[in-house]
Ligand binder design. Structure first.
Ligand code: ADP
Length: 306
């Protein structure tokens, strides 16, 4: 059986600069696939290529069993899209926004009306059905954008940074809904800057940089294979205290990264370091298990990407 999305050796350049540079990946039905990478890595371009919104220079894409871009329209009929920025129609109510989108997919009136109650319930907007968009909170708008992407009952949903700009409560609600979609057998393709989000939702993910894949696996596998299992973060609250603590230290098997006023000690066994920190006193520190953000930073560096 053909999976929901396969991408093979995809290439796209703008003004002779490669933006997507030989990318291959495949999604399995009913899973959440993460497409991660720093700003400018080529994530949005990859999504656009997969949806047939821009033409590749080379490579092949099969979305919902259809070759892209040749059969993009047929493929998009089986696909939902949650764009990075909400583009709801501000002049319409919640229900009207869903209706307009249904018509855009060529759905009949009766079919749309039959679907609306489920979409309102899914997004928790039953009592906002007749409200105008301007009266909704950021979280409600995102939930409506997600519901709108489901109007055509798609097999696969593309989510471009679905929780950017939301408060923690609103993010948790979106996560819950996305997990619910997975249990219904939908396939999700997610881009996000939040590594906790990727770790929580993604069954499989790739990290890309400069349009190339630099890592692939489940969050757990990536953490196990790319980074030491334990981290001690030490904060320099009194100027110089951290420097004094670090002066002359030569911890065997410990990798140290300093970022601003924080030192990250990555290691297998943090006990000797923790004992020294306790003895030294005066420094605030946190001991935790390594996570996907540590992997991401190790792979893509700490410098800012604009
Ligand atoms: P990401 O989504 O990972 O931040 P993008 O795919 O948006 O990355 O962009 C990757 C690179 O391609 C960036 O350097 C961006 O400036 C460039 N780029 C994207 N779209 C265009 C375009 N239409 N014309 C020229 N350059 C583009």
């Amino acid at each position: 059986m053909v999976g929901p999305l396969q991408v093979q050796d995809l290439k796209k350049a703008y003004a002779n600069t490669p933006v997507v540079d030989g990318l291959s990946f495949a999604l399995e039905a009913g899973t959440c696939f993460g497409l991660l990478g720093p700003n400018g890595a080529g994530k949005t371009t990859t999504l656009k290529l997969c949806l047939g919104l821009t033409a590749p220079d080379a490579g092949s894409i099969t979305l919902a069993g259809q070759p892209i871009p040749a059969q993009a329209q047929a493929a998009r009929a089986r696909t939902g899209v949650v764009p990075q920025f909400d583009n709801l129609d501000p002049d319409f109510t919640v229900t009207e926004n869903l209706r307009v989108f249904g018509r855009y997919f060529g759905m009949g009136k009766a079919e749309i009306e039959a679907r609306i109650p489920w979409l309102l319930a899914f997004s928790g907007l039953e009592n906002k059905a007749e409200s105008r968009i301007a009266t909704l909170s950021g979280g409600m708008k995102r939930r409506l954008t997600l519901a709108r992407a489901l109007v055509n009952d798609p097999d696969i949903v593309f989510l471009d940074e679905p929780t950017t700009g939301l408060d923690p409560q609103a993010r948790h609600l979106i996560w819950e809904r996305l997990k619910q979609l997975k249990t219904q057998g939908k396939t999700l393709l997610l881009t996000t800057h939040f590594m906790d989000e990727a770790e929580r939702l993604c069954d499989w993910l790739i990290v890309i940089d400069h349009g190339r894949k630099i890592a692939e696996g489940s969050p757990r596998e990536l953490i196990a294979s790319h980074i030491e299992p334990q981290v001690v973060e030490v904060y320099d609250e009194e100027a110089g205290a951290l420097e004094a603590f670090m002066a002359g230290r030569q911890d065997v098997g410990v990798r140290v990264e300093v970022s601003g006023e924080t030192a990250f000690f990555y290691c297998q066994d943090p006990q000797p370091l923790l004992a020294d920190l306790a003895r030294a006193g005066g420094l605030r520190y946190v001991h935790r298990a390594s996570n996907l953000e540590d992997v991401f930073i190790k792979l893509t560096g700490r410098e800012l990407r604009d």
